[in-house]
Design a protein around this ligand. Structure first.
Ligand SMILES: OC[C@H]1O[C@@H](O[C@H]2[C@H](O)[C@@H](O)[C@H](O[C@H]3[C@H](O)[C@@H](O)[C@H](O)O[C@@H]3CO)O[C@@H]2CO)[C@H](O)[C@@H](O)[C@@H]1O
Length: 736
């Protein structure tokens, strides 16, 4: 059985890679033929944006009529289509990560891709793996999936496959080291080579392996050189080492030079105007033409840029019957077609299955048939001015269902928690008492009159060009906004059965709330998108058991993380590999809720660990395929466990595999996520969780030899329900 699994897994992997390469080969053949039909002006136009607001999308290039190539439409965001309506407002990346469900990640990506294609968007500007989230208060970490590179990598791969299977080009962003909003356009992320590879590059390897069409270089410098003109990270790392065959575009106005960026490997400049910077800073267009004429940039480099861009276009078959752009970002975004289909069901499923139950004392949840229920807090209702009242969602009024900035989309509707609870309460004949402000006196009055009180609190963040309530993108602290702690305290002082629901962009310090004995349950709902209330009711009333797991650690205090955004010109990334749970494990600090944690209404038992790993120590070689050296992605076996639903209701468990490297490896975190599987199990049902391992999963990056190396010695195996709830352990040995 185990052997069969390994064979199937290996075969599938090999097929996927060869198809990927064949796809690129065929696309390159077409691109090379097309290149010869283009004149120089057309070539320059293909690599240059037409200026901000110069076309219907946030990014547009010039058309090349000689080959029937359109003005390419590039549009945000990682959770839906920005500046268009009607579109679906999906749960944020961080919620997709919290599902730990590969098929939901894929379904979300496919649905976003289908809407993009339907509206004529050629390039969807997502998904996000940078920021990875080393700073828990980083403003944009909710756009990505998890602070763990393995989980983020799987989510990148699934999302990109989903998007590109629907026909749109995906764009993996922001490359590289864009971990904070403060000073993001001046700061240098000085990342050590090993941490760069094992943390920040890792999910982009998955993106390239999934044949992502494009990559966006970031605003910051990397090791003192602008990311968009760094030969080290564009040519050498992304294109040569990772074997990326698509094109690199700049973040919007992240380009700083004509010649250096071209030579370093930038392939497309966006948006092609003096957007948000000193007038006249149009680095390509006519300036690129002059640089080529002067011999500062070889003609072959321009031809290579164009070939890469065209190859991505052919790879996705966008040369055949691709829809025209059906909206304009600058006139309200009214689309001429409705592309929303039944995607609300994907939204509800992702939102529901990403809910993490943090505390459930005395089985406070699920709610059964309370006679009365108090619903408290401004986060319980939709912003009275409307769900899209603030530009790019740059405010925190009403329930929080996405962060702010370019990573947003307009809600076609937003089901607020109170609305969904009122509907449900009709079925259970429950009297609902409302206090939908953050006023503590009103809250206490409502709570005192009810059997159970549900308090809604939130914490918001976003992109640095908008400041909300004094937070310039990054959060100023990890406390709940709007005096959320005081709100819960006021309610818990008068009601013995308090449930707290947290809508949040990232970790929130919960100590004050946990110090209230009457707080019986805490529910983390993240940023659930348009079906917020419905998904919450599904879980709170027990239609489904909660099955989300934390995609990051919740600490007892902010300082425990050991990292945070800097008001400085340089971030030296001194924490190295030790971010989030890697740091807590290494230092012995006890988190409040650890990475991978999440309760269920049922229980799960683990047994029968099977370890079938056969690998030899040493570097991974082989030709470079999309993602890296081919050997790195070869299966070297699998670890399996039997998981049994030992409770009395159906539920889903995320079985997690962590690996500890042998002592022969250089200083490494005690354990690192290297596999997971979500299993839906009926009461008393058992199933095998299998974690296929590749050489990459056992490797560290050897800085001296510039290779991924599997160390020799005894590897530690930990399988469990979270990074700290380890149920089964074992070892295997790798020899030279
Ligand atoms: O949208 C494409 C990529 O753009 C980057 O974000 C930019 C965002 O799209 C844009 O709306 C914003 O513009 C603001 C501008 O910076 C500010 O000076 C002005 O006052 O208001 C403008 C908004 O009306 O700028 C953002 C960059 O600063 C993202 O980083 C990237 O992820 C997007 O894909």
């Amino acid at each position: 059985m185990q052997l069969l699994f390994s064979i199937l897994a290996t075969t599938t992997a090999v097929q996927a890679y060869s198809l990927g390469s064949a796809g690129w080969d065929a696309a390159y053949s077409k691109a090379k033929v097309a290149l010869h039909k283009l004149n120089q002006t057309e070539k320059i136009g293909i690599v240059t944006g037409v200026t901000w607001e110069g076309g219907p999308c946030v990014g547009n290039t010039y058309a090349a009529e000689s080959i029937g190539y359109p003005s390419l439409c590039l549009q945000d965001s990682p959770l839906g289509i920005r500046y268009a309506n009607p579109v679906t407002a999906f749960p944020a990346g961080i919620n997709a990560g919290a599902t730990w469900d590969r098929s939901l990640m894929y379904a979300r990506g496919a649905a976003i891709g289908a809407e993009s294609k339907g509206l004529g968007v050629n390039v969807q500007l997502g998904p996000v793996a940078g920021p990875l989230g080393k700073n828990p208060d980083g403003g944009r970490l909710w756009e990505g999936f998890s602070v763990d590179p393995y989980l983020s990598g799987v989510a990148m791969e699934e999302t990109i496959q989903g998007m590109q299977d629907s026909g749109v080009q995906a764009c993996a962003k922001h490359w590289l080291g864009n971990e904070q909003e403060h000073n993001r356009e001046t700061i240098s992320s000085n990342i050590g080579d090993r941490a760069a590879h094992e943390l920040y590059v890792w999910p982009f390897m998955n993106a390239v392996k999934a044949n992502v069409a494009s990559v966006m270089c970031s605003y910051n410098k990397v090791n003192a050189t602008w990311a968009c003109e760094s030969d080290a990270i564009l040519n050498k790392l992304m294109k040569n080492e990772l074997g990326f065959r698509g094109y690199v575009m700049s973040d919007w106005n992240a380009q700083h030079s004509t010649v250096n960026s071209a030579l370093a490997g930038l392939d497309m400049t966006m948006p092609g105007s003096d957007f948000n910077s000193p007038p006249g800073s149009i680095f390509w267009g006519a300036n690129l033409q002059k640089a080529i004429a002067a011999g500062s940039v070889p003609q072959a480099r321009l031809d290579n840029m164009v070939t890469r861009i065209l190859a991505a276009w052919y790879l996705l078959d966008q040369d055949e019957g691709y829809p025209e752009v059906a909206f304009s970002s600058w006139d309200g975004g009214k689309a001429s077609v409705d592309v929303t289909d039944d995607h609300s069901s994907v939204v509800r499923e992702v939102a529901r299955d990403s809910i993490v139950l943090l505390k459930n004392e005395g089985k406070a949840l699920p709610i059964t048939r309370p006679k009365s229920l108090a619903v408290i807090g401004s986060d319980a209702i939709v912003n009275p001015d409307g769900p899209n009242a603030c530009s790019d969602h740059g405010c925190d009024n009403g329930t929080l269902a996405m962060g702010w900035g370019s990573g947003t989309a307009q809600f076609p509707y937003l089901v607020g928690p109170l609305h969904a609870i009122l509907l449900q309460s009709k079925r259970t004949a429950t009297k609902v008492i409302q206090s939908t402000t953050d006023d503590t006196t009103a809250a206490a009055k409502a709570a005192a009159a009810a059997e159970t009180a549900v308090v809604f609190i939130n914490s918001d963040s976003g992109e640095g060009y908008i400041t909300v309530e004094g937070n310039a993108g990054d959060r100023n602290n990890l406390d709940p906004w709007h005096n959320g702690n005081a709100l819960v305290q006021a309610v818990a002082a008068v009601n013995k059965n308090v449930i707290v629901v947290v809508h949040s962009v990232g970790p929130v310090i919960l100590e004050t709330i946990l110090a209230q004995p009457n707080v019986k349950a805490i529910v983390w709902a993240g940023l659930p998108g348009q079906e917020s209330g419905n998904a919450l009711v599904d879980v709170m009333y027990g239609a489904v058991s909660p099955s989300g797991k934390l995609p990051y650690t919740i600490a007892k205090q902010r300082s425990d993380y050991g990292t945070g955004w800097l008001n400085a010109e340089v971030d030296s990334f001194t924490e190295g590999l030790f971010i989030d749970y890697r740091h807590f494990d290494e230092t012995g600090l006890v988190p409040r809720y650890e990475f991978g944690y999440g309760l269920s209404y049922t229980t799960f038992a683990y047994s029968a660990i099977g370890i079938h790993v056969s690998a030899t120590a040493g570097p991974s070689t082989g030709t470079v395929i999309p993602g890296g050296p081919s050997e790195l992605f070869e299966s070297i076996g699998a670890i399996s466990v039997l998981v049994r639903n030992s409770g009395s209701i159906t539920g889903s468990e995320v079985a997690q595999l962590y690996i500890g490297l042998p002592d022969s490896a250089p200083w490494t975190p005690p354990k690192q996520l290297r596999g997971f599987q979500k299993l839906r199990l009926a009461a008393k049902q058992s199933a095998l969780a299998s974690f296929e391992l590749t050489r990459r999963d056992l490797s560290y990056w050897n800085v001296a030899t510039q290779e991924w190396v599997v160390p020799s010695g005894t590897f530690k195996v930990y399988v469990g329900s979270s990074s700290r709830d380890i149920r089964l352990q074992g070892t295997f040995t790798v020899k030279w």
